[in-house]
Design a protein around this ligand. Structure first.
Ligand code: GTP
Ligand code: MG
Length: 151
């Protein structure tokens, strides 16, 4: 099954939106296979957003994400189409342009504090999952409710 990496960002942790955000994936029928609270180091955030190094907002983004003023909640979700569907559930980068019903469209107004990260493709997911989680932090469990979710 396809897996994707997500992270509740510090703004959403501070605002008490962790359960609201993770609950959306559970409600959709997806299986959470890893989850942890992390206060990310600057190095980890730089590695995570490595492809954005040349962008003008990179410095601010790294400072914000690794400030330590709030942790993030990193999690891995498994299920049919999760990479694409996860991005659709999140909305676009700017919350002001995200449709109501999406996570960003329902929770924020600022591009730098947009509540959640989600892998943007197969390659992103493949590199981000091992960046944030070791093998033994991933639970390969059998979700028996899947028989009521997948026909
Ligand atoms: P992530 O899921 O966090 O990766 O967001 P994304 O894939 O929608 O956007 P992208 O990977 O291009 O950018 C990563 C993060 O950098 C975004 O979530 C924003 O928080 C921030 N960011 C992106 N573009 C801008 C910008 O133009 N200005 C500012 N201030 N921040 C930006
Ligand atoms: Mg991105």
């Amino acid at each position: 099954q396809e897996r994707s990496f997500f992270m509740v960002k510090p703004d959403a942790v501070q605002r008490g939106l962790v359960s609201e955000i993770i609950g959306r994936f559970e409600k959709r029928g997806y299986k959470i296979v890893a989850m942890k609270m992390v206060t990310p180091s600057r190095e980890l955030i730089e590695a995570h957003y490595d492809d954005l190094r040349s962008r003008p907002f990179f410095e601010g983004l790294c400072k914000y994400m690794s400030s330590g003023e709030a942790p993030v909640v990193a999690f891995v979700v498994e299920g049919k189409g999760i990479i694409k569907v996860g991005r659709d559930m999140i909305g676009v980068t700017d919350p002001l342009k995200s449709a109501p019903g999406t996570i960003r469209g329902d929770t924020g107004v600022s591009i730098g504090m947009n509540s959640i990260h989600g892998s943007d493709g197969v390659e992103g997911a493949a590199s981000e999952i091992p960046l944030w989680f070791s093998q033994d932090e991933i639970a390969n469990w059998n979700k028996t409710a899947d028989k009521w979710i997948y026909e």
